[in-house]
Every structure is written in structure tokens, then in C-alpha cells.
Ligand binder design. Sequence first.
Ligand code: SAH
Ligand code: SF4
Ligand code: F3S
Length: 465
Amino acid sequence: MSNPEALTQTSPAAGPDTAASDTGVQDAMPDAVKKLFIKTYGCQMNVYDSERMAEAMGAKGYVLTDRADDADMVLLNTCHIREKASEKLYSDLGRLKPLKRDKPDLKIGVAGCVAQAEGAEIRRRMPLVDIVVGPQAYHRLPAMVEAGGAQVDTDFPVEDKFEHLPQRKGYRGPTAFLTVQEGCDKFCAFCVVPYTRGAEVSRPAARLMREARELVGRGVREITLLGQNVNGYHGEADGADWTLGRLIRELAAIDGLDRIRYTTSHPNDMDDDLIAAHGDVPQLMPYLHLPVQSGSDRILKAMNRKHTRDQYFRLIDRIREARPDILMTSDFIVGFPGETDQDFGDTMDLVRRVGYGAAFSFKYSSRPGTPAAEKPPVEADIADSRLQELQALIITQQRAAQDSMVGREISVLYEKAGRMEGQMVGKSDHLMAVHIDDAQGRIGDLVRARVTAASSNSLAAKRIS
Ligand code: SAH
Ligand code: SF4
Ligand code: F3S
């Protein structure tokens, strides 16, 4: 037998790995006959896509299972961002071989960014794969499954896939993702996203308002707006152009929507109105992920990030002026081709000056087809030791941010029951995990609490309302 457990393990790439059965998609249909197992790699946009694929397959009678060895179909929703993330697909497919041998009718699908980047090549390397479907074509997944046989679809269809997906009637849970913008035109020298997700497209504002209302109608109290460049959002609404700031203000007027977040933002797209919204929209949470990647002007230029470190500092000052208690987070790449000790020192200095609540840091991974892949890499052990040094600094800052919460009053939205009897777990305004002893508490309660203790990745608090 295969080891299906291995397929449910998580390993963060650009964000959390999630089985779609852990997400908000309802997994019980009256006369369902088939079971679908989804594994999600990569960023939150993939988590959202997995939910939508589960809903689309749900309309065809598939229910979610959290066990690959119990499934009629296994769908791997993949990430191409770094080599390791990409290769994970092939090790997971290897693990599925015995399962497919025992159960020849098992359908195996590959979706997401590796599907887009490698297309039919995936089937050549791994013939057990039946279906390869790209991130812009997955509304056609049910039809591909129905048609049977081997299928590859990595088109970027002109039609809007979201219009071909079922409504979100089965969604449950107090928090939800909502993709508002896809693709990227920025072409950072290291990044595959503009190739795997295509050009920047913003979804029409009226449809987003409708989807948000649908979600709030299902009991959602917190929505995180998603996009590869979410703050580059420009959506059409009745002939007018809505920016992300405008969209947030309109969403804030929806009764029952208590919290709004957005990710991931590019520093060059933080416009005045969006910054102002952090000061005057109470539903907009005091948390901002604003990746800078490097603190060296030379490397920022080589990365094609199109801003300097001073511009980034000035931007952070303006954001903190609008919302003094905002918690900043970022992404960093170390060992970008040509990075010297001095460049790396500039990154360490930037981190010290900004003071982050948390940050992801990655060792540069050379990606096929990107401009940086042409350049000679930094020696691996130098990059490794820089990564360790940076991560140690970030952990210290994260710990300080957590500790600074002790004694403060916060709001917490309960997302699940804790491991201890009578305990609830939720997120604070600053997106920190919080544990509260609250035997009366229910998932979806939004409570006031006082923080009593902190560890490096969670808080303990006492409910005060
Ligand atoms: N749109 C976002 C990033 C999306 S990718 C932005 O502009 O910030 C998520 C993160 O993966 C990036 O912020 C970057 O830190 C990292 N990343 C992307 N390509 C990479 C590569 N080739 N090697 C290492 N890390 C990479
Ligand atoms: Fe990639 Fe840069 Fe676009 Fe972010 S802004 S998705 S890092 S190309
Ligand atoms: Fe990965 Fe694609 Fe997201 S490459 S980070 S899953 S956009």
C-alpha cells in the first residue's frame, strides 16, 4: 500500500499547505457518490482556487475526503515559485503510484502553477496523471473529468472562469478568502508568477461585492482579499474605476462583515487612498504584508523591483502615521545573483530599522525562463549562512512583537476549538493566533480579550466580553 498520510502532511512554500477538506467548503452532499482529495501547495490564491474547484466538482456529486487512499480522484494544486515547491509535486506523484496500481480507476489531476508551467510535460514524466489543468482553466475541470481519458488544458481563456463556477452557497466558516485580482505585470527578475498566472486582471467590482455578500450571508465575518498584486486592483463598476481602497470602503458597508484584510501588496501600488483607509476604516485590520525582498538598492534594481530602500522607508512612515499600531510583515530573498556581504548587510539593516511582526525569508531559487536565471548564483553555503542570520533576526523581532501584546486588549475571532477542553482558538486583529479558555465560546464569535501570555507564535488571553 502507499502511504497516504504523507500526502496530507504540510510544508509551507509561499504560505500554508492545506487540504481543501480543511477549508470552508461544505463536504456533505445528499446523494454524493464520489470522493475527492485535494492537496494545496503554495500561496493563499491556490487555497481559494482549491475551494472553488471543490465547489465545481461538488456540483457533479463529488464530496471532499481528507484521505488520498479513500478517494476516487486526487487533485494536486501545485506551486512553481521555488524549485523545492515544484519538485514536491513529483515526489507526491511517486507516492501515489501504488495507490493507482491498486485502484486503476483512480483519477489523478494536477492543477495550479506547475500545471501551467509544465503542461503536457507532467504526463510525459508521470504517465499516471490523467488531467493537467492550469489556474485560468479550472472551471472546465468537471467537463474534463466527465470526458474521461487524458486531458491537458493550460489555456488562458478569454471568458472569465469565475462566471462559470458555482455560487458559494455551501461555504461555511467565519473567515474566507476572496480573489479580487490575478496575475502580475511586474516581472521581478526572479519570479515565475507573471508566466504561470499571466497578465494582471482585476475582477469586476460588482461581482466581488456579490460574492462578498454571499459569503457574509453564510456567516463569514472576516474576508481576506487576495491577489498577486492585490493593491494594484483596478476594477470596473458602473463605468467607474474602483481601486482597492474604494473596494475596501464599499465592503466595509456590508452589515455583518467585521474584518477586512488583503494580501499580497507591492510597495509601488500603495496609493494615498489605501493608506488613508488604514486610518479611517475600522474594519480594515492593522496588519500589512508588504514584501521588500532586499534592503540593498543595487539588488532591488537588479531584481527589477522599481523602488529604493529610502522610498520603502518613507512609505512605511506614511502607513504608520495613518495607523500607528499596524503590524508590518515582509518577504525576503537572500543570495540573489550578485548579492555581496555589503548588500546583505543592507538587508539586515533594513529589517532592524523597520521592525517586523513576522517575515518569510527564502534562499534564492533559480527558476527556468526568468531573467535572473541567466546570472551566476551566489555560493550555496554563503546563501545558507545569510539565510540563518536573517531568520534569527526575524525570529527575535517576531518574539518582541508577540511579547509586546501582553496586557493589551484585543479582539479575537474564534475559528476553531482548541486542543484543551473548553478552549477556543482564533486570530487577533494583528493576525496572531490566540488561545482562550471559554467553555461558552462558539466558532464565529468575535470577542474582546486581554492578553495574559505570549510565546513566539501564539498568545494566551482572557475573555472580557
Ligand atoms: N507578489 C508578491 C510575491 C509572490 S511570491 C510580491 O511581489 O511580493 C511569494 C514570495 O516568494 C516572494 O515575495 C518572494 O520572496 C519569494 N520568491 C519568489 N520567487 C522566488 C525565487 N525564485 N526564489 C526564492 N524566493 C522566491
Ligand atoms: Fe512575482 Fe514580483 Fe509579481 Fe510579486 S510583483 S508576483 S514577486 S513578479
Ligand atoms: Fe506558487 Fe503560483 Fe502562488 S507559483 S506562490 S501557487 S501564484
